[in-house]
Design a protein around this ligand. Structure first.
Ligand code: ADP
Length: 231
């Protein structure tokens, strides 16, 4: 699903170049749950932006779902993101003036309006948010906001979800709910790349942990499956 080959990213700044990622190579097969850890500034978010096609590597190859992202122009990468990837962010990124159901439907690929709304409502019901469909984000708790954001990420049935500190703003109960939703997605065959600097409780064991330090992979370990441990 994800193939990185000597992928590097250097940002040019007024103070000179910043080498955020240095020749990273890794493979994530379909259906794997990978947790990327590392201290602040180690390159975790940069890695997600490369895999998500939000930016291009300075050198090396980034192949996701069979697409060599370095070869796609900005509009092709935008289409790739919309069709293939679900994004979840620490700060939710919900549109404040849209209702919950509209926030989920906003991600929809072309389809009839009625069908989109019905499908968004059904997904939100599944996520325990059926009573919130017509509320706006300001009326929701942070845990509910993140559930809406995950529904939006899953709406187009992507095979890959990229999550950047998705539990960073949540208490432990809500963090557990979010991890369970991601584990369910994984159990049904989805691939997850989750960036965090938090420690999960032992019940939230994951399949693989990759630790970054100063833009390089410091270690990679494999442990019990998320789907098994979150059931
Ligand atoms: P992490 O997510 O692990 O905190 P980042 O990927 O955000 O790490 O950042 C890695 C390094 O790249 C840091 O030194 C950061 O300051 C730098 N960096 C990140 N984004 C940019 C940018 N857009 N322009 C310049 N430097 C950046």
């Amino acid at each position: 699903m994800i193939h990185l080959e000597n992928a590097s990213k250097t940002y040019q700044t007024a103070d000179g170049p910043v080498h955020a990622l240095a020749e990273i190579s890794m493979d994530v097969p379909p259906g794997e749950f990978v947790v990327v850890r590392g201290p602040s500034g180690s390159g975790k978010s940069t890695l997600l932006t490369l895999v998500g096609g939000l930016s291009r590597p300075s050198s090396g190859r980034v192949i996701v779902a069979g697409e060599d992202l370095r070869l796609l122009n900005a509009s092709a990468r935008a289409r790739f993101r919309a069709e293939r990837i679900g994004f979840v962010f620490q700060t939710f990124h919900l549109v404040p003036y849209l209702t919950v159901v509209e926030n989920v439907a906003v991600a929809a690929l072309p389809d009839s309006k009625g069908a989109v709304r019905r499908r968004a409502s059904a997904l939100l019901e599944e996520f325990g948010l059926g009573h919130r469909l017509n509320h706006r984000p300001a009326e929701l708790s942070t845990g509910e906001c993140q559930r809406v954001a995950i529904a939006r990420a899953m709406f187009n049935r992507p095979k890959l979800i990229l999550a950047d500190e998705p539990t960073g703003n949540l208490d432990s109960d809500n963090a557990g709910t979010v991890l369970t939703l991601l584990a369910d997605f994984h159990r049904l065959g989805g691939t997850v790349l989750l960036v965090t600097h938090q420690e999960f409780s032992p019940g939230d064991a994951q399949q693989r942990t990759v630790t970054l330090r100063e833009g390089r992979i410091e270690s990679a370990t494999t442990s019990a499956s998320v789907s098994r441990s979150c059931r």
